[in-house]
Each structure stands twice: as structure tokens, then as C-alpha cells.
Design a binder for this molecule. Structure first.
Ligand code: UD1
Length: 389
């Protein structure tokens, strides 16, 4: 704590969110910025990449995120159009508000689009969750991560392996700060308010009888284009989920992309089972409660790999690679790809009691946002003083 004042001529930190996985990262950052002394002034910009009640509004309420100061309302489109629209609409925000820096989180299209606008206008870019690499350039997020880190002036990492990735790509070490995982800040601060699974199912109009299975239940999410956009990949994945459900009931929260593709490919039949509960995208507190109570998580999400590690729940990741290796090395995560045999084997191991219990990685302690606030405030004030002098 310090009694230092925020310089009157130093603009706000423009904080950008766009899509669902950004919200749980930004909520603790905004709180830490306002609690820090001096408080960092902020302006919250939502690009509108996600906009549905389920994908957006419920999470804002659960995470106690303030209403965005500005919403660019870009909506859905191809990657090129979505990225370009964010850029076009974000540029005037910089002209009007003259920020001290722009803080972006994660790896969605909005993250890269805003970073790129800033770099061309010489506005410092701050990237939270920097340096993660799947080394798979077929993933749109990998492109977003690589480029955002090249453009960023201050980079905050969640695990130590990130620094080696950044160094290899020529990012100077003094720009990088190991702050820990803000997503886990959110998890820890909301853990006690997580909604009980029974209530979540009742609210969704589903009989909670699946929760009575003596083996427990599994939580499933799938949304990566590489898993859900082609019938040849999606159909066998759903078939193996159906098979798994005969051993362990599954609660499957369907992303809009996945729901649309299941309908388009005529695959709904595969999921017609009393042991598979299909839910719309869940709120943060509902999902937290479902995961905390689960026997296992089966998912292709980046965030769920980290959250299940923090909760000590075994996670089978339906991907060939991960940009979050610490969840495999120290946490509860196992990569199973989309090979049905590997998925079956992983599930059987967990059901036989041989699932990973893992340990909590360094700095996943609920204080990452506080560390970012302290470091960023000092960095911005020093930079400002240097430029003035
Ligand atoms: C985006 C991110 C991904 C993240 C995911 C979480 C990129 C490249 N991808 O993928 O990293 O893991 O968010 O969900 O930024 N849609 C709705 N309602 C919404 C938003 C989207 O129905 O509020 C539908 C639209 O049909 C849209 C599709 O979902 O075309 C995909 O949305 P989009 O934001 O393009 O990508 P996601 O797959 O959600």
C-alpha cells in the first residue's frame, strides 16, 4: 500500500473483454485495480464477441463484473470479419479516452484485434495469460497468443514454462512478470458461492436423479472447431460419450457452436439417453458447482483444465496438445485426444480410483490480480515519470 496518487495526466487502463473465457479473468483484475493504492482508474470495453444471455449476461452477474463502459457489439462472423470489426470499432476508443495502456486477457479474437490497434497507435499493450503455447498453429487461439505476445509491452504469466516460450520468441525477459493465475483468483473467491448441482439441474427443469448414481457423474463440454465442426470427428466423439455414460452419468453443457453442429449433422440421437443430461451454457456459479462435485471432467476447454486442477478433480482433455502443460505435469489433467480408446481407458482409470489427484501450481493462490495491480501500477507510473522527465 502507498499513499501515492495516480498522476492526473495519466489515462485509465482500458480493460478489454470479448468472449466468455475473458470474463472470469477480468473480474478479479478490476477488483484488484480498484483496491490498490493508488487505485488504477479503468474503463471496461466489451467487444461484443459473445452476446447471448447464456454466454454473456449470466456470467457478468455471477462474477460481479460491472456493466461495460463501452460495448462495441461486433457479434459473430468469420475470423477475419470479426477481428477487423473489433479493430475498426476499437480505434476511436483510444482516440477518445487516451488510455495509459490497454489490458487484454487470454487468446480470443478480441484479444489480438485490440492489441494490434494499440501497437499501431503506440499505446502500451498489457497481456494477462501470456506465453502459453500449444505449438499447434491450426488453433486460432495459438495465432492470437503468438501475435499478442509479440505486440505486448508488459506480459503477465500464469506458469513458469511460459517464460521459456517467450524467450524463444525473442521477448525480452524484463517485460515478463510471473504473476500467477487470475482465473484461479475467480475460482477461489467464488468457491463458497458455487451452486449445488441438484439446484442447477432443478432450475434447468431436469430430474436430478442422475446425481444418485453411486459412482457420481461426469461433466462434459466440447466446443473447439477441430472437434465439433466436422461430422467425421464429432460423431465418434459423441458415440464414445454415449458409451461412457453407461458407466457414469454425464452432464453435458452445450456450447452454441456444438449444439448447432449436432443438429446440422443429425447426431442428436446419439445423445438420447437418460444418463446424459444436456444443458445450455451454464452460469459461472453453476459450472463451478457441477465441476467441484464431479467424478471427472471431459472437455476440450482451456479454462476447465486449469479449474479442474485447482479443484483436484481429474480432467480428460479431448485434445492432442495443451498450452497449459502445468495442468498435466502437476495438476489433474490427462490429454486423451479424440481417440475413443484413449478416452475409454482414461475414464476406466479414474473410475477404478487411479485418477490424478495433482497439486496446486505455484501462485494459483487467489492473489494473482493483486500482484498484477502492484506491478502494473509501478510500471505505468515509472514509465510516465520517465517520459515527463
Ligand atoms: C471463442 C474463442 C475460444 C473460446 C470460446 C469460448 C476465438 C477464436 N475463439 O470461440 O477461444 O474458447 O470463445 O466460448 O476467439 N455464438 C452464440 N452466442 C454467442 C456467441 C457465439 O450463439 O454469444 C455462436 C455463433 O453461432 C458463433 C459461434 O457461437 O458463430 C462461435 O462463436 P465465436 O465467438 O466465433 O467462437 P467460439 O467458438 O465461441
Amino acid at each position: 500500500m502507498s499513499d501515492q496518487q495516480w498522476p492526473a495526466d495519466l489515462g485509465p487502463v482500458v480493460c478489454v473483454v470479448g468472449a466468455r473465457p475473458n470474463f472470469m479473468k477480468m473480474a478479479p483484475i478490476l477488483r484488484a485495480f480498484s483496491a490498490h493504492r493508488p487505485a488504477l482508474p479503468t474503463l471496461l470495453v466489451h467487444t461484443g464477441q459473445h452476446y447471448d444471455k447464456d454466454m454473456n449476461d449470466r456470467l457478468f452477474v455471477d462474477l460481479r463484473l460491472p456493466h461495460p463502459d463501452i460495448n462495441l457489439e461486433v457479434g459473430s462472423a468469420t475470423h477475419a470479419v470479426q477481428t477487423a470489426e473489433v479493430m475498426k470499432r476499437f480505434e476511436p476508443v483510444l482516440d477518445t479516452h487516451r488510455p495509459s495502456c490497454v489490458l487484454v486477457v487470454g487468446d480470443v479474437n478480441s484479444t489480438l484485434a485490440c492489441a494490434l490497434v494499440c501497437a499501431k497507435k503506440e499505446v502500451p499493450v498489457v497481456h494477462v495469460e501470456a506465453g502459453l503455447r500449444s505449438h499447434d498453429r491450426a488453433m486460432p487461439e495459438e495465432i492470437n497468443r503468438l501475435l499478442t505476445d509479440q505486440l505486448a509491452d508488459r506480459l503477465y504469466t500464469t506458469e513458469r514454462s511460459a517464460l521459456a516460450n517467450l524467450t524463444r520468441e525473442g521477448v525480452a525477459e524484463e517485460r515478463v512478470c510471473f504473476a500467477g493465475n487470475v482465473m484461479i483468483d475467480s475460482l477461489l473467491s467464488n468457491r463458497a458461492s458455487a451452486q449445488q448441482p441438484e439446484k442447477t439441474l432443478q432450475m434447468a427443469g431436469v430430474d436430478p436423479v442422475v446425481l444418485d448414481d453411486p459412482r457420481g457423474y461426469g461433466v462434459v463440454t466440447l466446443h473447439r472447431p477441430s472437434n465439433v465442426d466436422r461430422q467425421e470427428t464429432l460423431a465418434p466423439l459423441l458415440a464414445v460419450l454415449r458409451e461412457v455414460s453407461e458407466k457414469l452419468p454425464l452432464i453435458f453443457a452445450l456450447h452454441p457452436r456444438t449444439r448447432a453442429n449436432i443438429e446440422r449433422f443429425g447426431l442428436a440421437e446419439l445423445l438420447h439417453s437418460q444418463r446424459i443430461v444436456l444443458l445450455p451454457p451454464q452460469g459461472y456459479l453453476e459450472m463451478l458447482g457441477l465441476m467441484a462435485g464431479a467424478k471427472l471432467v471431459l472437455s476440450d476447454s482451456g479454462g476447465l483444465q486449469e479449474e479442474s486442477t485447482a479443484l483436484g478433480v481429474p480432467c480428460l482433455t479431448i485434445r492432442e496438445n495443451t498450452e497449459r502443460p502445468i495442468t498435466v505435469e502437476q495438476g489433474t489433467n490427462t490429454l486423451v485426444g479424440c481417440d475413443p480408446q484413449a478416452i475409454r481407458k482414461g475414464v476406466d482409470e479414474i473410475l477404478s480410483g487411479a485418477g490424478k489427484s495433482g497439486r496446486i501450481p505455484e501462485f494459483w493462490d487467489g492473489r494473482a490480480a493483486e500482484r498484477i495491480a502492484a506491478d502494473l501500477s509501478a510500471w505505468l507510473i515509472a514509465r510516465h515519470a520517465q517520459r515527463a522527465g
